[in-house]
Structures are given as C-alpha cells and as structure tokens.
Design a protein around this ligand. Structure first.
Ligand code: NDP
Ligand code: 2IT
Length: 444
C-alpha cells in the first residue's frame, strides 16, 4: 500500500465516527499522491503525513450560560489548533447545533492548506460550539459568548491563535468575545478578527469571502476566454458569504437568481435584491420566507432546490455536503461551466469527481473562499501596525491575493500534468509550503 493510502487508513482507524474529517483528509491525500510519491522516502522517514493529519492540540470545554428565563444551559465548546508551521493558528468559530469534534477537525484541517494558499503567514485552526443562535436574544448571545471566551481565552492570543467568524458568528459575537477577552487579560490586542470598525476591525473583512470568491471566478473565466458579464449564477445560503458573493457578482455584471437558508430557497428571475437580503438577514435576523414581500415576482420554495435551476456558475455558500452527485448531474445537463465553493466542503467527493469528469471548472473552498481569512490576516497586520487601511486598499489587496491564488493552483495542476484540476492544484500548492516549513523546523 502506498504512503497516502496507509495514512488515510490510519486516520479513519484513529478517528472513528468523524466522517467529515475523513472526507477532508481523503480529498487532500488523494490529490497529494503525485507530490508525495516524488518524495516518499523523506516524508515517510520524517513522519510528515502522520504529523500533518494529527492536530497539534485540541480543546473541548463546558460553556454554561443563562437564558432570558433565568435557566442555566450548557453547551460544548471546541478549539482545534491543527498546524502552526507557517504562522500563528488562524481560523473561524462556528456556532451551530450540528457542531462536533469531527466537524471542527475537518474545518481545521482544510484551514491549514487554505491559509497557506493566501501566501500570508497564518497556520490552521478552527473552533466553535453546538450552540444554536437561532431565536436567541442579544442578551442570551452575550451570555453564551462571554462564557465561551472565558474558557477559550486561555489558549488564544494575537501571536498564538486568532479566531474569527464562521457560521453563526459575525461582528456581534466577535464584539462580545473581544470585550470579555480584554477584561480577562488587561490587554488590547488583535486576538480576534472580524471586529467592528470602531475597535480595530478591517474595512472589507465583512465582504471579503464573497467578494474574493467572485474575484477568483472572474480571473478563472478570463483565463478560459470567457467573460463573467452576463453569466447566470445560482447561490445557496443567505449568510455572510452568500450575501457578499451576490453583491460582487452583480457589480461584475453577472446575475444571481437564487439564495437559500436551511428551511427553503428563493428563485428571483430578475436577480436577487441584495438590499432586501441584507434587511432580512443582517437587520431583521429573519427567514427567507420574508423575501417575497420585497420582491413580488420571486418565488419561495420549502426544502432544497437551488441546483435544479439552470445556471452558468454554481456557488454553494451555505455549509458542508450540500451538493450531491444528483445535483452535479443536473448542473452538468443544464450547461453549468463553473462550480466554485464559497462554503467549506459543500460538494461531496462523488459529485466533485463527476464535475471534473465533465470538464466543469471546479474550485475547492480552500482556494475559492480564502479571501475571508486572507483579509483577516490583513486585519492582523493593521492591528500590529496600529493603522487602518481604506476600503479600496484592502479590496485591491484582496483582489490581488485571489488572482494569485488562481494562478498558483493553476500552475501547480499543470506542473503535475493535471491541467484544469484545481483540486489537485490547490492541495499541492497549499501543501508544499507547509511541508517545507515543517521539515525545516525539526520534529514537533
Ligand atoms: P452564516 O451563518 O452567515 O450563514 C450561513 C448560511 O448557510 C445561512 O443561510 C444558513 O441558513 C445556511 N446554513 C447553515 N447551515 C446549514 C445547514 N446545515 N443546511 C442548510 N443551510 C445551512 O455563515 P457564513 O456565510 O459565514 O458561512 C457559510 C459557509 O462559508 C460555511 O461553510 C463557512 O465555513 C464558510 N466560510 C465562511 C467564511 C467567513 O468569512 N464567514 C470564510 C470561508 C468560508 P440558516 O440561517 O437557516 O441556518
Ligand atoms: O473558513 C474560514 O476560512 C473562515 N471562517 C474565516 C476564518 C478567519 O480566520 O477569518
């Protein structure tokens, strides 16, 4: 058995009941095959893949908090510090009832390669809790966030591990955590990113993941001799990534006709109204069922269905495993030419294979959604310098980073005779720098 197959088997045996973690590791290891084969003797001797697939450390902790009726509730918090070969640990926090250790590990593992692809000095980590923010009052969110960070603050720091947002965590949650961190440490440091603009946040961080996704897609299409202008896009999700992907897609002249939440989806043939979406999601914190009030020509459908709509470009921006093989078949038969992952691992492995076989330009999340964490790293730089850059300055740096990512993954794929396979390209390009840094730093 080859080295990568041995390591995959080891990971599955050591971490049973963590299917999302297995899936993420399988995707990476399968694409590293060629790069690993070329250096197998050294990598085996140095235990490189064993070290890469085992988190440096993982924390699991109790998060007691008080609801508005006065009752005490208890959730489970996690932080997995996966790898800091190229910089301090960096990665988001997810608050969703589905969160468990395996999900946090898959996200932390992906983050290693994503962060490497940004070209910036950040290692990989992820955290969160099985807390459901839906329907909670501001005071309940405050109670939860205060308790969560009161434990987590022991393990993080501006040069140690810098959390940020993910599903269920935006500027409100980051603000509550930052306030409590300050109180506990008597310090004012850039320990979290995605902060509000009045206390150290970066302009364009809120927009960065969705904008970055579209900058990468624009560049990829340009290199393929296509124009993003006039293309029809389908988007899933209606949170941070989805909203700003739609906004930038429209600015670039494409038209997005769908969005969704975990209950249902909207089809708006004239193009999603971003102002209405922001009002519903960011201000009212309401459900997409409200969208038709703003746009009478749109339709709302219960359940799943975004991928049944004919499109040129599919942009899953909700959560993991939301594009299945059947969806991939529908997308291909409808003439879709691009699927770029705004979310982390939204496409199942068999669906990815099908898209690649059918020559759809498929860009994995670790490349396509890296604009969020890249801009977090720019926020860290601004905090260290005690400076704030303008929106235009941050956005232009973000665009350059996404253009560079596309060319790096494209080149890496070509180097290994896999032109157009951006899964191979992204994994190899992300891996090379981390492997080099790990080997240079001895055994840890
Ligand atoms: P938000 O919480 O802002 O939005 C999440 C959206 O996805 C909501 O519309 C939500 O619907 C939907 N969703 C979440 N879970 C499910 C589910 N199990 N089934 C169906 N729909 C679901 O999160 P973000 O926009 O920040 O994150 C979206 C994705 O992008 C995630 O995969 C995240 O890891 C990834 N990502 C985020 C980055 C960031 O900077 N925020 C950076 C890079 C990647 P509902 O409201 O009904 O729950
Ligand atoms: O998945 C991700 O890259 C994020 N949720 C953003 C992480 C960050 O540190 O900005």
């Amino acid at each position: 058995m080859g080295y990568v197959d041995e390591i995959y088997e080891l990971v599955v045996n050591k971490n049973p009941a963590e299917p999302e973690f297995h899936q993420a590791v399988k995707e990476v290891l399968d694409s590293l095959r060629l790069a690993v084969d070329a250096n197998e003797a050294v990598y085996r001797r140095e235990g490189l893949l064993e070290r890469l697939t085992e988190p440096d450390r993982q924390f699991k902790f109790k998060v007691p908090w008080v609801d508005d009726s006065g009752k005490v509730n208890v959730n489970t918090g996690y932080r997995v510090q996966f790898n800091n070969a190229i910089g301090p640990y960096k990665g988001g926090l997810r608050l969703h009832p589905s969160v468990n250790l395996g999900i946090i590990k898959f996200l932390g593992f992906e983050q290693i390669f994503k962060n490497s692809l940004t070209g910036l000095p950040i290692g990989g980590s992820k955290g969160g809790a099985d807390f459901d923010p839906k329907g909670k009052s501001d005071r309940e969110i405050l109670s939860f966030c205060t308790s969560f960070i009161t434990e987590l603050y022991n393990y993080i720091g501006a040069d140690i591990d810098v959390p940020a947002g993910d599903i269920g965590v935006g500027a409100r949650e980051i603000g509550y955590m930052f306030g409590q961190y300050k109180k506990l440490t008597h310090s004012y440091e850039g320990v979290l990113t995605g902060k509000g603009l009045s206390y150290g946040g970066s302009l364009a961080r809120k927009e960065a993941t969705g904008y970055g996704l579209m900058f990468l897609v624009e560049e990829m299409l340009k290199c393929a001799g296509e124009d993003i202008k006039g293309k029809v896009c389908t988007v899933s999700g209606s949170g941070n990534v989805a909203t700003y992907a739609i906004e930038k897609a429209h600015q670039l002249g494409a038209k997005v006709v769908t969005c969704s939440d975990s209950n249902g989806w909207v089809y708006d043939p004239e193009g999603i109204d971003v102002a209405a979406l922001k009002q519903i999601k960011e201000i009212n914190r309401a459900r997409l069922t409200e969208y038709a009030k703003y746009r009478p020509k749109s339709t709302y459908h219960e359940g799943r269905g975004v991928w049944s709509i004919k499109c040129d470009i599919a942009l899953p921006c909700a959560t993991q495993n939301e594009v299945f093989l059947d969806d991939a078949k529908t997308l291909v038969s409808n003439g879709c030419i691009v699927l770029a992952e705004g979310a982390n691992m939204p496409t199942t492995l068999d669906a990815v294979d099908y898209l690649l076989e059918n020559k759809v330009m498929f860009v994995p999340g670790k490349a396509a959604n890296a604009g969020g964490v890249a801009t977090s790293a720019l926020e860290m730089t601004q905090n260290s310098q005690r400076l704030n850059w303008s929106f235009e300055e941050v956005e232009s740096k973000l665009k350059q980073i996404m253009v560079n990512i596309f060319h790096n993954i494209d080149d890496a794929a070509k180097r290994y005779d896999c032109a157009g396979n951006y899964v191979v390209g992204a994994n190899i390009a992300g891996f090379e720098k981390v492997a080099d840094a790990m080997l240079a730093q001895g055994i840890y």
